[in-house]
Ligand binder design. Structure first.
Ligand code: FCB
Length: 422
């Protein structure tokens, strides 16, 4: 009897394997500052409208808490976190947080500001970024396209123009020839399904054109662009590991009716599986970006309103488990390339981390080959059409002074990393 009790009281230590990658993610447009691309152009035209629409769009508690949303300046990325000049300082912080990996993206519009004219100085900048990570023993995961591209490309239709494939391939080759020797992990595209849907199905992101045909065109161009650039990178550096960062939703059926099961199948196929299946011979790993589940009820997808984060997204870190398990079928190594929450007060982030990482651990336990976790995000940053008020950072950024202050969750995450265990 005494023995049994003792067993029960012992906390279960969830140990991660040696070499597990721990870090955080950012993207160029959201942190660098001083960008000139398709998004900065769109911001200028839409800031006023977005500030006006905030009144209708958000709940009372959000409007009271984040009054910046009514200020048009909130919707201009501007100098963002000035990470372009402060990357070394930011990587010092990542290092104190114990991070041994970091995901960031390269800003195409800096590399090729005019069609066919490549800027070697900017390549040098990113060489320094990679070097700064390497000096701190932080493994770089480099994203080639995190939704932003040069204005000249947007002018001819961006991702909905078939020429995107040629231009993206050329830009990739140029970069990989120069930086490839120092990089083991490449992510060609970030969340192709999200950007195509937001731009052409919902029509809320640049170029804001609702059109089903353009949606499929865009998705297909992104598919081919990935397949081509995969080969380009592998031909240049056969040992490089190449994948995409894929947004996955956990569709959960509570009542197992025919219609719910069918709706789950459809959601899974169109949102989660289609793109991944088509590129399965052209990916060395799967990058999983995961933020949410959807409940399938009466054949429809619904959100839950029980416990929310600042953006009104459900607080349910456990959905990471299902997202991971559903990727097992592809038989590839998996890195969680984004997972996190908007939580300005840092009231929920520690619990989120603990529960999400427990879910990750449980998935590993049943054989899902997860090899790393990148929290979104290292820093508070510019959250696309929402602007600066959603605070995703392990590190708080004061956007007036640009002062960085690690949040308490930053240290909580550091201690998990230190122990390599939960
Ligand atoms: C993901 C994006 C990332 C960030 C988070 C909150 O979909 O890839 O840039 O905006 O959402």
């Amino acid at each position: 009897m005494a023995k049994i009790q003792q067993k029960k009281e012992k906390p279960m230590i969830k140990k991660f394997p040696k070499g597990f990658l721990w870090g955080a993610a950012t993207s160029a447009h959201q942190v660098e500052g001083g960008c000139l691309n398709n998004w900065t152009e769109w911001e200028k035209k839409n800031a006023l409208r977005l500030a006006k629409e905030a009144e209708e769009k958000w709940q009372k508690w959000q409007k009271e808490k984040f009054s910046e949303m009514f200020n048009p300046a909130n919707y201009i990325s501007g100098r963002a976190c000035d990470h372009y000049h402060r990357f070394a300082e930011d990587f010092d912080l990542a290092k104190t947080g114990g991070h041994n990996a970091h995901r960031f993206s390269i800003e195409w519009s800096r590399i090729e500001p005019e069609e066919g004219k490549f800027n070697e100085k900017e390549v040098e900048h990113y060489r320094q970024v990679v070097l700064a990570l390497r000096q701190r023993k932080i493994e770089p995961f480099v994203t080639l396209w995190h939704w932003t591209h040069p204005i000249w490309l947007e002018k001819i239709g961006g991702i909905k123009n078939q020429k995107f494939i040629f231009y993206f391939s050329r830009y990739t080759r140029f970069l990989v020839e120069r930086l490839g020797a120092k990089i083991n992990f490449w992510i060609t595209l970030n969340e192709p399904n999200v950007v195509a849907a937001q731009s052409f199905l919902r029509g809320v992101w640049p170029p804001q054109k609702k059109n089903l045909r353009d949606y499929f065109l865009a998705i297909n161009h992104l598919l081919t662009a990935h397949q081509k650039t995969f080969l380009i990178i592998k031909n240049l550096f056969p040992r490089a590991q190449v994948g995409i960062a894929k947004h996955q939703i956990s569709f959960q059926v509570l009542q197992s009716t025919m219609i719910n099961k069918l709706a789950k199948k459809l959601g899974d196929y169109f949102w989660n599986k289609r793109f991944l299946k088509k590129i399965n011979y052209q990916q060395d790993f799967i990058g999983l970006n995961h933020y949410r589940r959807r409940i399938v009820e009466k054949g429809l997808y619904r959100k839950t309103e029980e416990r929310l984060t600042d953006l009104g997204w459900e607080f349910y870190p456990e959905s990471l488990f299902q997202a991971l398990v559903e990727l097992k079928a592809y038989e590839k190594p998996i890195y969680v390339t984004e997972n996190g929450l908007a939580d300005a007060d840092d009231f929920q982030r520690k619990e989120f981390l603990f529960r999400a990482l427990s879910a990750l651990y449980s998935a590993k336990k049943i054989g899902v080959d997860v090899r790393g976790y990148f929290h979104w995000s290292l820093l508070d940053n510019f959250e696309w059409d929402k602007g600066f008020w959603p605070r995703f950072g392990l590190i708080k950024v004061d956007f007036k002074t640009l002062k960085r202050t690690p949040r308490s969750s930053f240290y909580f995450y550091r201690d998990i990393i230190k122990r390599n265990a939960l």
